[in-house]
Design a protein around this ligand. Structure first.
Ligand code: EPU
Length: 434
């Protein structure tokens, strides 16, 4: 086990390249099994969630080969699903990440049945999957939950009209995966509109699926009897890009963020501009020029195109150096607040009141020993470390590695003093007992 150490106070300058989107990658890999021949996905991030999903795919007979290619394409995976079988995917790897639930929709779509352990992932408060199940049932599947595993079975999947009671990224994608080969027409109403959903629909369309309306809140799918292999290039990770944009606003002078789709980050860029950060936008790059002081703003997280919940935690860190009071309310995951105690350990003045975090600034953070409880909390703490006086030690690195490829190398290339150290047996024990 490793920890990340950050010596704060070094300004960030230079260019950082963004990888393919994690939250696309984790759906594209299960989606590929719906094809009858090989699917190639280019530009995958080299993160542990992708590796875990590759392992799950192999457990059910998928053949995969990896190819490391140069940017802009990055890691390429070839997935040959032609000898796959419908095997149960029990706990174990399934528990390691949330997105293992995409095998429910994909296996149901391919085999009309699936057995899969309940998914794990970051603890952000309750994360029900009732809308996924509502969708599968509407398509004709019988769904039961026995001893921590979900059993899905259908004689035949038939298109249906499905209204999502909650706008859900996962349910929208999972229902699409099950519906593309169902007989007849499926209509998903109140669908989520995140760019990752469009990316998955693009892959499915290249495979021969008939999907209309992605990116709006009504998606129409006309089922087809078979899907073929194809090649797909993943979109850039808007959350990784946003994380570096926030780091640049917090501790940067001039930072270029390369390989982005700026339109995917409009809500963040608007808020950074309100704070007084100068941003130049070109086709695939952002130039972030921070200056002190910056002003506080309020943030309310919303479904896309609103402010993303996944950037709420890093943004909290930025607000500690802003002048005035900023209020953050996460309407998607109201309990996504575990980073706050750790930021307080570093000297932040944050109160939690009625589900909102109230941040008073500016405060000079001090280096401390802190623990990342989840992926984006980890990003928030690394940014805090960059801003702090002295050295911070961040544990819980396994969460960070689920979603950020080479985060220490990328920050070093921008001028940060950050490094990884192996933890001693005693430190590991302390963490286990904490
Ligand atoms: N919800 C339900 N019932 C459902 C599904 C969702 O009530 O059946 C609720 C959730 O509890 C939450 C809201 O609906 O309050 C939105 O959840 P959603 O289903 O959209 O989230 P998700 O698909 O489980 C994905 C990302 C998350 C990101 C959210 C919101 C993946 C693998 N995960 O999760 O990413 O926070 O959408 O945008 O795509 C991360 O990258 O750090 C991360 C947690």
């Amino acid at each position: 086990m490793y920890k990340i150490l950050v010596e704060g106070g070094h300004p960030l300058n230079g260019k950082v390249r963004i990888n393919g989107a994690k939250n696309s990658a984790v759906a594209l890999i299960p989606a590929a099994i719906l094809a009858d021949s090989s699917v190639t996905i280019e530009g995958l991030p080299n993160i542990s969630d992708v590796v875990t999903l590759g392992g799950l795919l192999e457990e059910i007979g998928g053949e995969i080969s990896w190819e490391e290619s140069e940017p802009p394409l990055g890691n390429t995976i070839h997935i040959d699903p032609s000898s796959m079988v419908s095997m149960p995917l029990p706990n174990g790897k399934v528990k390691k990440l949330r997105a293992s639930y995409y095998f429910m929709g994909a296996m149901l779509g391919k085999f009309n049945k699936a057995v899969i352990g309940l998914p794990g992932g970051c603890f952000l408060g309750p994360r029900p999957i009732d809308q996924h199940i509502k969708g599968f049932e509407a398509l004709g599947a019988e769904v039961t939950n026995e001893q921590g595993a979900i059993y899905l079975q259908a004689k035949e999947l038939r298109g249906a009209r499905i209204y999502l009671d909650v706008v859900s990224v996962g349910a929208t994608i999972n229902i699409m995966l099950a519906a593309v080969k169902a007989k007849g027409k499926t209509i998903i109403e109140n669908a989520a509109k995140e760019p990752e959903i469009i990316d998955v629909a693009t892959l499915l369309t290249n495979m021969g699926a008939k999907i209309k309306g992605v990116g709006t809140d009504v998606i129409r799918i006309e089922g087809v009897s078979s899907l073929n292999g194809c090649k797909h290039t993943i979109i850039p990770d808007r959350i990784e890009a946003g994380t570096y944009a926030i780091a640049a606003a917090a501790q940067g002078q001039e930072v270029v963020i390369d390989n982005v789709i700026p339109q995917h980050l409009e809500s963040l860029l608007a808020k950074l501009r309100e704070m007084g950060v100068t941003i130049e936008v070109s086709d695939e790059q952002l130039l972030i020029m921070s200056k002190s002081p910056i002003k506080s703003v309020d943030i309310k997280t919303l479904v896309y195109p609103g402010f993303p919940t996944d950037l709420q935690q890093p943004f909290t860190t930025l607000l500690t150096k802003a002048q005035g009071t900023g209020i953050i309310t996460d309407t998607i995951y109201s309990a996504r607040l575990k980073h706050i105690d750790e930021l307080r350990r570093m000297g932040a003045a944050i109160k939690v009141q009625g589900g909102s975090a109230i941040i008073n600034g500016p405060v000079q953070l001090e280096g401390a020993r802190v623990k990342a409880s989840d992926l984006r909390a980890g990003a928030a703490l690394i940014i805090a470390g960059l801003m702090a006086d002295g050295v911070s030690e961040i544990t819980g690195v396994e969460h960070i590695e689920r979603g950020y490829e080479k985060i220490t190398d990328k920050l070093i290339s921008l001028g940060a003093n950050v490094w990884r150290e192996r933890m001693s047996g005693e430190e590991i024990e302390q963490i286990k007992n904490a």
